[in-house]
Design a protein around this ligand. Sequence first.
Ligand SMILES: Cc1cc2nc3c(=O)[nH]c(=O)nc-3n(C[C@H](O)[C@H](O)[C@H](O)COP(=O)(O)O)c2cc1C
Length: 211
Amino acid sequence: MKTTVEPPNGGLMPPTGGPLAPQDLAGYEVVVCVSGGIAAYKVCEVVSRLVQRGAGVTVAMTRAARKFVGPTTFQALSGRRVLTTLWDHESGDVQHVAMTDAADLLVVAPATADLIGRIAAGLADDVVTTLVITASAPVLVAPAMNERMWANPIVQRNANSLREQKRFQFIGPGSGWMACRAVGPGRMTEPAEILEAATALLRSTKPRSVK
Ligand SMILES: Cc1cc2nc3c(=O)[nH]c(=O)nc-3n(C[C@H](O)[C@H](O)[C@H](O)COP(=O)(O)O)c2cc1C
């Protein structure tokens, strides 16, 4: 008898060429916040892999992030509408509050110098910063920027002020070739490592949906 395996999220899973991934993240909710750096394209892989492993993934993008990757790509990969603004709700539903109540983890990748600064300043001036400031879930931050930006004492101060809070965990940046044709510290950690860190954080506790 022929058996079929239903992919998660209504069949929106992209082909992997391999067997169905283990559904070890089923029941977990992740909000992936994308800001405006070249590395945004690598975050498609993170979203896809989380979805393939059964996590519910909602993507939120800054205005600058949408210059690098279109929301349609993240919508197709996540199977969910992408949050791009605070102002598009029709029902009066305060979606960022509901979203953050459900979230087990936020992943901020790539995290630009600008976004790290805005979060560190406690700003809530777009959908991404509002989600981060409203949520109580842990936040995994993957910085990505030119090595001179990353070395800037103001950027370091902002990053350190987030690190001081237990809720924020940094991954990277690593060192290597960057799109600005420089080699140095500032390169976003590779998607596989971000996925591994996100998995470890998620699986350290039960999903909020079953608590
Ligand atoms: C081609 C290009 C690449 C950029 N790459 C980065 C980057 O990797 N990291 C970064 O911090 N800023 C980068 N920037 C600058 C940010 O896009 C800019 O600071 C923007 O205001 C960030 O907004 P956001 O943090 O709201 O997404 C880049 C800009 C351009 C035009």
